[in-house]
Design a protein. Structure first.
Length: 317
């Protein structure tokens, strides 16, 4: 029995977060217009300037004047981060389907027509993309990226696909579900998976940036991965609890051994060095546990403030 897919796309919104992308943006628009052919679909590109420090905003204003039917502009009052830019773009999107892309052309625009076809002709709510290789990426970054996905998938109920990019096309229903998650500390890769919906991943070879340099340093990515782990797993807290119980059990056993030795031989266990090492070990573990708890409390603190995820300084229809 065949099933008719209810997804019809007459309007498409493309969300493009931007931070210091003055060189990439004109190339992006030119390539987008050349490679994306959807005759029956009205397309809008929503560029979200995330408080850029270069001429990104001026370039976007110029592009908006050149392509008023294609380009929409949102500019933040300062840099709030890519997650905030994604959220703002999704909130502003009006299309029957919404795509998320980077401005550096590492997300090939020519995949969009096939993504639209899969949404409209197949039974999918989302078509995502994943890289089949990490060519051009520093080996140390690739190694830790793979380790992150292995770790997060082993400790979280939300499965995240290794190599998956933010580049994806989603139905209006899925986007509305994501927008219901108005949390301040956002980790979109996890949110996209958490809401569910039937997703198909298209694979493609890694593409180098068309211009400029990446704004993601190793430590930025490390911090981002910590956010993902805290947002989608309480396992670190369980580690602290479990290790504490083990330490308590060891202390009880050692206490019994020392008590018996004292009764039998009249001499408590000697050894200043061993005592210092034990104290240092337990002290270090306590500080580590406090650090883990502190990370969770910090996230709770930011959530309870109920501050807006972003502040818009300028917006064009």
């Amino acid at each position: 029995m065949s099933v008719t897919n209810p997804h019809s796309i007459k309007t498409l919104s493309v969300v493009v977060p931007c931070y210091n992308e003055q060189e990439s943006l004109p190339i992006f628009v030119d390539e987008f217009l050349k490679r994306v052919t959807l005759p029956d679909v009205k397309i809008e590109c929503i560029f979200v300037d995330d408080g850029s420090k270069d001429d990104t905003l001026a370039v976007l204003r110029d592009l908006q004047s050149q392509h008023p039917d294609l380009v929409r502009l949102i500019s933040f009052s300062r840099n709030f981060g890519k997650e905030s830019a994604l959220y703002a773009g999704l909130q502003a999107a009006t299309g029957d389907a919404v795509a998320v892309m980077d401005a550096d052309l590492q997300d090939p625009p020519e995949l969009l027509p096939e993504m639209v076809r899969l949404i409209t002709e197949e039974d999918y709510d989302c078509v995502g993309t994943r890289r089949v290789d990490r060519k051009g990426e520093p080996p140390i970054r690739s190694f830790f990226a793979r380790m992150f996905y292995r770790l997060i998938n082993s400790i979280s109920d939300t499965e995240m696909v290794d190599g998956a990019r933010d580049y994806r096309l989603m139905t209006r229903q899925m986007v509305d579900s994501i927008l219901e998650l108005s949390e301040y500390n956002r980790f979109s890769k996890g949110l996209f998976s958490w809401v569910g919906y039937k997703t198909h991943y298209m694979e493609f070879d890694n593409v180098e940036r068309v211009a400029g340099e990446t704004h993601w340093s190793f430590w930025n990515l490390f911090s981002y991965s910590i956010t993902g782990i805290i947002n989608f797993s309480t396992f670190p807290l369980k580690i602290a609890t479990g290790a504490g119980m083990v330490a308590f059990a060891v202390a009880v056993v050692m206490g019994i051994i020392i008590f018996i030795r004292t009764l039998a031989f009249g001499d408590a266990v000697a050894g200043w060095t061993s005592q210092v090492l034990i104290i240092l070990f337990l002290g270090s573990f306590q500080l580590l546990s406090l650090g883990i708890i502190g990370e969770y409390i910090g996230k709770i603190f930011l959530e309870t403030k109920r501050r807006p995820v972003y502040v818009v300084r300028e917006e064009t229809p």
